[in-house]
Design a protein around this ligand. Structure first.
Ligand code: HH2
Length: 284
């Protein structure tokens, strides 16, 4: 990850979410002013996150795409103000080349591409040139269309096929294997049952030999099970985080960093009791 190296497998890493948007499904509008966003970023670090993921475009189901200029206007002032103020690396949650390029210039060390290179393969060129880590996430359709798609006949196969394609594209464009992470994209065009299945079978993606990132935080499948609105899905999120850890997740993307840090500490300790499981080393 540029000049940094993340050690994976010893403990589960936390990616703290900061959405600088008016319309994100759970924290939309909360951190739209750069001052509030910076405050929350510093808090996310203090709460124990290992990386800060900043996004300027909501990917909630039905969300309309926004222009590059608007996305830059939201996230770049926050990145500028954070320069030199965080010890943890920053990830930019974007599918747009221009946004990622500007964020890397301001010091971001990871590109979190929820389109998994489907929108713009040049994101891989940026990773290759800068050495930034690249998250390849699987999404069915785009946020605007994903709820209208018919269910996948075999969601696990569909995700695996996408990972294989995107890893090959990234490598062809010069990204080193060590820079790549995989994310099955909970909630992105998946049915309720798909999301549960993905979490329960997460270990099947270990065969790719890359670290696995998952983002169950406050998502609607948790609301579906608990009947609770996004801000009250912390316990449900905790259950999904623990399940993901026991099925081999290396990084979890969460809003409630302080709470999930405790959850992860306990889950990791149980997981490692009796020696570290061999399957946790993503390189096999
Ligand atoms: N989920 C969201 C956004 N980005 N990135 C990765 N790698 N994995 C995810 O599961 C993921 C993601 C959606 O959550 P959130 O950012 O809270 O909402 P919104 O897209 O409405 O801003």
């Amino acid at each position: 990850m540029r000049e940094r190296v993340w050690e994976l497998g010893a403990r589960t890493l936390i990616m703290g979410v900061l959405n600088v948007t008016p319309d994100s499904f759970s924290d939309g509008g909360e951190f739209l002013s750069p001052e509030r966003a910076v405050e929350r970023a510093l808090e996310i670090e203090a709460e124990g996150a290992d990386i800060l993921d900043i996004g300027g475009e909501s990917t909630r189901p039905g969300a309309k795409p926004i222009p590059v200029e608007e996305e830059c206007r939201r996230v770049l002032p926050v990145l500028e103000r954070l320069r030199g103020r965080l010890r943890i690396p920053i990830s930019i949650d974007t599918t747009k080349y221009e946004v990622a390029r500007a964020a890397l210039e301001l010091g971001a060390a990871m590109i979190n591409d929820v389109s998994g290179l489907r929108r713009d393969e040049r994101l891989a060129d940026l990773a290759a040139r800068s050495g930034a880590a690249l998250v390849i996430m699987h999404s069915r359709g785009t946020p605007e269309t994903m709820q209208q798609l018919p269910p996948s006949p075999d969601i696990l196969r569909e995700i695996s096929d996408h990972f294989a394609w995107a890893l090959a594209r990234a490598r062809a464009r010069g990204v080193a294997t060590e820079q790549l992470l995989l994310d099955p994209g909970l909630g992105f065009g998946k049915t309720f049952e798909d999301n549960l299945l993905i979490l329960n079978r997460l270990d099947m993606f270990a065969d790719f030999g890359r670290p696995l990132l998952v983002g169950p935080s406050r998502k609607s499948f948790i609301g579906h099970l608990t009947g609770r609105p996004p801000h009250e899905r912390i316990f449900g999120t905790a259950a999904a985080v623990v399940a993901a850890i026991f099925r081999g997740a290396h990084v979890v993307r969460v809003h409630d960093v302080r709470e999930m840090r405790d959850v992860i500490r306990v889950a990791d300790a149980i997981l490692h009791a009796g020696g570290p499981p061999a399957s946790r080393d993503p390189t096999g």
